[in-house]
Design a protein around this ligand. Sequence first.
Ligand code: HEC
Length: 135
Amino acid sequence: MSASLRFGLALFVAGLLAASAALSLAQWQREARARTMAEAATGGHVDAGKVLIGRYGCGACHEIPSVLAASGRVGPSLEGFAGRAEIAGLLPNDPAELDLWLRKPQSVKPGNGMPNQGISETDARDIAAYLLTLN
Ligand code: HEC
C-alpha cells in the first residue's frame, strides 16, 4: 500500500470515528433531555421507576424494549409510550392521568386486562417518569 493511500485510509477512519462520536453525543444529549423533562413533569425518578417496573412484574404483560425480560403480550407494547396521545384509548397521556391509570386501571376501565396492583403514589410517580422517557 502506498503512503498516500495509507494516509487517505487513516483520514477516512478518523472521520468515521469522529462522526460516530458526534452521533453518540447527540443521542446522549437527547436521552438526558428526555429524563430531565420526565422527572420534572412527574416528580419521580427515572432509574427508580425502571427498577419498580421489574419488581411489579409489568413485563409479564408488556413488552418494554429497554427492560430485560419484559416481553409480555397480554397488554400493548410500551415501546414509544412517551409519544402516544392516549392511555388505554381513554385518557390523555399526561402525568396526572398516567398516575391514575397506573394506580387504578380498574376504576378507569372496569374489566380491562390490567389489574390494580396496589401501587403507592411514590412508586407510581417513579414508574410514570420512566415510562415518559420511552420515545
Ligand atoms: C396482567 C397483565 C398486566 C399487568 C401485570 C400490567 N399491565 Fe399494563 N396493561 C395491560 C392491558 C391488558 C392493557 C390494555 C388496557 C386497555 O387498553 O384496555 C394495559 C395498558 C397499560 C398502559 C397503557 C398503554 C397504552 O398505550 O395505552 C400502560 C402505560 C401500562 N399498561 C403500564 C403498566 C405498568 C407500568 C405495569 C406494571 C406496574 C403494568 N402495566 C402491569 C395488562 C397488564
